[in-house]
Write a protein that binds this ligand. Structure first.
Ligand code: ZN
Length: 301
């Protein structure tokens, strides 16, 4: 796979839209959705206004079908870390160091260009069900582009997970957010990402909305079919951090945004059972044996 999946550029300076798939190598829905969108643009000769670039995240992890090889590529985007990488000899670098440097160079080159709006959409999937939501740094919950996806918006997650690509690109003047499309490996996640990207392109003025009303409503139908109650905006109350040697195991069956009460048994590790420290909703319960976030508790605003 190539770093740049595909790109299209009309020469207009209204919008730069960077779509990133598989920054976690086992989350391929975003890459497939990016390909779907570019295929349709090409096949129907659609008029694009602005520049859209589809980028593949962790190339080596994609190849290996793993979340990552040496470390999580979405936890190390800090100016200090990037600077330290730039000063090291190439032969000392780990797999993800090289990925990060390449991506960084690409994003900084794109970021130098002048656009009215620079957008970075980081496409992810989750290991638990009902993983459909937006994560955005800061509090731009009223942003119409982000709101057009009609998904729950998680604010302040950046206070709990440092070093994400989002935060870094936010600091570089991009409107950046993560778009979680659903469960890893599900067709529905690819569908939601594909139609979500169209929705974002209409909203950002990159493409004219289709006159076919059925197509226009398709995204809304998709979101409507997800689950009965979708909170609008949630904030994080608690993160349960895990280390590999904890032998953390989430109790089976939890979905994102499922209500929990203080004291409910959520998981166990080598020290015993782990209960909910607050009333709220469970968020991003870990159902794969890799990653450092066991679960979060969030509350609706
Ligand atoms: Zn991910």
């Amino acid at each position: 796979m190539e770093r740049i999946i595909e790109a299209v550029d009309s020469g207009d300076t209204n919008v730069l839209m960077v779509l990133v798939g598989a920054i976690h190598g086992n989350e391929m829905a975003g890459v497939k959705a990016i390909k779907n969108v570019f295929n349709e643009i090409r096949q129907n000769n659609l008029q694009v206004k602005g520049k859209v670039v589809g980028v593949a995240g962790n190339l080596q992890a994609i190849q290996a079908k793993k979340r990552y090889l040496d470390f999580d590529l979405n936890r190390h985007w800090t100016p200090e870390f990037i600077k330290s990488l730039q000063m090291q000899p190439k032969e000392d670098l780990f797999h993800e160091d090289l990925e990060l440097l390449e991506l960084h160079e690409l994003f900084m080159t794109l970021g130098k260009e002048d656009y009215d709006l620079k957008l970075l959409v980081d496409l992810h999937t989750t290991s638990a069900e009902n993983g459909n939501f937006i994560v955005i740094p800061g509090n731009p919950a009223e942003n119409s582009i982000v709101r057009s996806l009609k998904l729950p918006i998680v604010i302040d997650l950046d206070n709990y997970i440092p070093g994400t690509l989002l935060q870094y690109m936010h600091s570089k003047g991009f409107l950046s957010f993560a778009f979680e499309g659903g469960q890893i490996g599900s067709e529905k996640a690819i569908d939601l990402h594909t139609h979500g990207i169209w929705e974002l392109m209409y909203q950002a003025g990159v493409i004219e909305p289709k006159h076919d009303i059925k197509e226009l409503l398709h995204y809304e139908e998709l979101v409507g079919s997800l689950h009965s109650h979708l909170p609008q905006t949630v904030k994080v109350l608690h993160r349960h951090k895990v280390k590999y040697e904890d032998y953390f195991r989430m109790k089976p069956g939890f979905e994102n945004f499922q209500a929990v009460k203080k004291g409910d048994i959520l998981a166990e590790d080598k020290k015993g059972i782990i209960t909910a420290p607050y009333d709220g909703m469970i968020f991003m319960p870990l159902y794969q044996n890799i990653g450092n976030d066991g679960f979060f508790i969030v509350e609706e605003l």
